[in-house]
Ligand binder design. Structure first.
Ligand SMILES: C[S@@+](CC[C@H](N)C(=O)[O-])C[C@H]1O[C@@H](n2cnc3c(N)ncnc32)[C@H](O)[C@@H]1O
Length: 266
């Protein structure tokens, strides 16, 4: 299936804007906010740092970094999508936070321009992840650090009485929808292959037990997509999603997923 995140500007404008609204509001959900805070904490930005937020989308990470580097520093939010960047600018921010439209395959910055950077939920979508990691390494100073946040759909643990159907739906979703959903487990290897000297990994397990988390909506959407794409029939859908809904109502919904925060050092 076509991945809309490769370049949201290729979509009809209303669809691109709805992706922007989706990621911007998703950042307020507690499990997402926990992952973003974890990325920033491990990256540990210092006052005066010049940082790049690559694949910044609507700027949810850039806006966390800007107060930490202060006005002596600078944060550049960079993204391929004009729609995402316009949305990011409309969210405001200090003068030392700016946005630039770029393509990850060739970054318009000199060698060693940044003290470090962040990249959240983007490497799974870029068309050439190796070239992107090589370019990011080029523009980061020696000794600089890039913090990468990616989850891994292969680590989604969902409780359901129909194990075979659950595996079928989740495996299909993992292998088919929206990018490389095994990126979480691949980030370390890909960073080392791209020439980063070291890649240290921190794992955060987020748990969803009710509808206030991203887990319930994401899992239910797997059922919707599987039905729409002919992977399951209506009676399988009714049984599978029906059990998710009853578990939710009874307080028995349970899903968890691994979020990988990798710090790559040049
Ligand atoms: C899922 S969004 C994540 C946005 C943001 N980092 C966040 O966590 O909310 C992925 C972003 O990567 C951007 N993107 C995809 N391919 C890109 C490329 N080759 N160069 C730059 N940005 C790219 C998309 O436009 C989109 O904004």
């Amino acid at each position: 299936m076509k991945n809309p995140w490769i370049d949201p500007d290729r979509l009809p404008p209303e669809e691109a804007l709805s992706l922007a609204r989706f990621i911007n509001s998703r950042a307020d959900i507690p499990d997402q906010s926990q992952a973003h805070a974890g990325l920033v904490e491990v990256l540990s930005p210092q006052p005066g740092d010049q940082l790049l937020d690559f694949g910044c989308g609507t700027g949810v990470i850039a806006r966390r970094l800007a107060p930490l580097v202060g006005e002596m520093g600078e944060v550049v939010g960079a993204d391929i999508s004009r729609v995402m960047l316009d949305f990011a600018r409309s969210c405001g921010g200090p003068a030392h936070l700016r946005y630039e439209q770029i393509d990850g395959a060739t970054l318009p910055f000199p060698d060693d321009s940044f003290h470090g950077g962040a990249m959240a939920r983007t490497l799974l979508h870029v068309e050439n992840p190796h070239a992107t990691l090589v370019e990011l390494r080029r523009v980061v100073q020696p000794g600089g650090r890039l913090g990468i946040l990616e989850c891994d759909w292969g680590t989604l643990a969902l409780d359901h009485s129909d194990r075979a159907l659950t595996r079928r739906i989740l495996d299909w979703r993992t292998d088919t929808i929206d990018g490389n959903n095994w990126m979480g487990r691949q980030v370390v290897g890909r960073c080392l292959a791209a020439g980063w000297a070291r890649a240290d990994v921190h794992v955060l397990v987020t748990v969803g037990r009710d509808a206030t988390t991203t887990h319930f909506g994401s899992v239910r959407r797997c059922g919707d997509l599987a039905l729409q794409n002919g992977m399951i029939d209506q009676s399988e859908y009714d049984g599978w999603v029906g059990e998710l809904d009853s578990r939710l109502a009874a307080g028995l919904f349970f899903a968890s997923i691994n979020e990988y925060i990798v710090i790559a050092c040049k």
